[in-house]
Design a protein around this ligand. Structure first.
Ligand code: HEM
Length: 455
């Protein structure tokens, strides 16, 4: 919303220049090449060791989300800043929570008002979510400032000649320095742009992949048969470690990853686009500056393209010969010039992390975890029980003081000073015949001369 820096929210020449720089640099760091696989594999094996240790140490269950966040965070942090954290590092866990919080906050309906009427971001009370978003951003930027400052302190003039920068931050500084030394225009490269570019890459590179993987293992825990099929296919390779070269031998695993991405639909609202010039498409006239959202999730949930789209069914990505089937409308990374810049990195991460974890562990939802369904079940059962106790069971009996569940009217006897007074007060209220509950047992009190009561 602040607009003019980074990569996601810019356009024109600046976007072209910065996107090209980011793509080239990521490629230099091995994205799409064996170096990338080595980097991801190191993080995956570290994660597996950590999970094995946690399981051996006797913890009944493991919260997978923070561990996955450290694993994925290390991959992108390594590329951006040459930084890795161990699994217990609190900085990484804090960053993960901030990104989660940010994703949650930007999805609040009030955000629409902030975009449409920017003045609302200044109105007390109404601007609560906006202020919260700004606090998150401030903390994320402080983290980036620290990294950039560290790079400034580690800067050496020889780096320009040496080539081969250690990470994207140094690559950026070298690019600026090279242009300056050659007397060239530095273009749109500046300090603020570096910071916002890092922020966009850090957010886009971490949150999307982590969220998809969280969905992946949740869906496996909820679909044990599919989980077993994937594991059977992985076991058939008889390899301790799943590598990129095994991909073609794992069509069911690939189909499952595709179905996870389709089903999880992690970008329920795509990014805003602006029409660059007046144009007519399919009979609709658009003016320069009009805002457009190309909504991918509609395609991936279209029942004409994906039968019963709500169903989780990896087989839809397999043909009759059980080979992976290409479906053109399956577009989790979008399409066109603004399609995901980190697609090949993300694909490799999803494949290597998912396949290797599935190869090493079985996933199930913790038994005593109260899931949403359990809550609903509990609410329905207690409502039926209360209805039965307070109405159904009493319907044929004379009215009387409302009993407590289980204890009946016993608590009234605990606090009384005189049982007669108590009965009198009930008589006044309910008449001469009423029901008192001794725990679960109903006792009809007849406080007026009724022959039948004594017969
Ligand atoms: C499972 C993982 C990922 C998914 C599903 C995903 C998906 C997407 C999608 C759909 C877009 C286009 C958004 C739109 O136009 O509405 C996008 C853009 C982008 N993605 Fe990803 N992404 C993933 C991982 C990554 C990674 C690992 C990186 C970083 C290296 C990254 C960097 C970016 C950037 C910078 C853009 C904006 C590109 C531009 O505007 O030119 N993404 N991503």
């Amino acid at each position: 919303m602040e607009g003019s820096n980074g990569i996601v929210q810019i356009d024109g020449d600046k976007w072209r220049e910065q996107r090209r720089f980011a793509l080239h640099t990521l490629r230099d760091f091995g994205v799409g090449r064996p170096l990338m696989e080595q980097m991801i594999t190191l993080e995956v094996t570290t994660l597996i060791n950590h999970m094995e240790k946690s399981c051996v140490l006797g913890s009944k269950s493991l919260n997978l989300c923070p561990s996955i966040a450290v694993c994925v965070g290390n991959i992108i942090n390594n590329m951006l800043f040459g930084l890795r954290f161990n699994q217990d590092n609190q900085i990484m866990h804090r960053l993960h929570r901030l990104l989660d919080d940010q994703s949650h906050t930007v999805m609040q309906p009030i955000m629409g008002a902030y975009i449409a009427f920017p003045l609302t971001t200044k109105v007390p009370l109404i601007n609560k979510e906006w202020k919260h978003l700004m606090e998150i951003k401030k903390e994320l930027l402080e983290f980036l400032d620290t990294q950039i400052e560290g790079h400034r302190m580690g800067w050496r003039e020889e780096m320009v000649e040496e080539g081969e920068p250690e990470d994207l931050t140094y690559a950026y500084m070298i690019e600026v320095e090279k242009r300056k030394r050659a007397g060239e225009d530095v273009g749109f490269f500046d300090d603020q742009q570096l910071k916002m570019l890092l922020l966009d890459l850090f957010f886009a590179g971490m949150e999307t992949t982590v969220t998809t993987l969280k969905w992946a293992f949740l869906l496996m825990a909820k679909n044990p048969e599919i989980q077993r099929k994937v594991q059977k296919e992985l076991d058939s390779l008889s390899q301790p470690l799943i590598e990129m070269r095994h991909r073609t031998q794992l069509p069911y695993t690939q189909a499952t990853i595709n179905e996870i991405q389709r089903h999880a639909n992690i970008l329920p609202i795509n990014l805003l686009r602006t029409v660059a010039e007046d144009i007519e498409i399919d009979g609709y006239g658009f003016r320069k500056g009009d805002l457009i959202i190309p909504q991918i999730s509609i395609l991936m949930n279209d029942p004409e393209l994906f039968e019963n789209p709500k169903e989780f069914r990896p087989e839809r990505f397999l043909d009759e010969s059980m080979n992976l089937k290409r479906i053109d409308e399956f577009l989790p990374f979008s399409i066109g010039r603004r399609q995901c810049l980190g697609e090949s990195l993300a694909r490799a991460e999803l494949y290597l992390i998912f396949a290797n974890l599935m190869h090493s562990f079985c996933f199930e939802v913790e038994e005593d975890v109260t899931t949403e369904t359990t809550y609903i079940y509990l609410i329905v059962c207690s409502s039926i029980y209360i209805f039965y106790e307070l109405h159904f069971k009493r319907r044929r009996l004379p009215k009387g003081p409302t009993p407590w569940l289980v204890a009946g009217n016993m608590p009234s006897f605990v606090n009384m000073t005189n049982v007669d007074d108590l009965f009198q007060s009930w008589k006044k209220q309910y008449g001469g015949i009423f029901t008192v509950w001794i725990g679960p047992i109903p006792l009809v009190m007849v406080l007026k001369g009724k022959r039948w009561a004594y017969d």
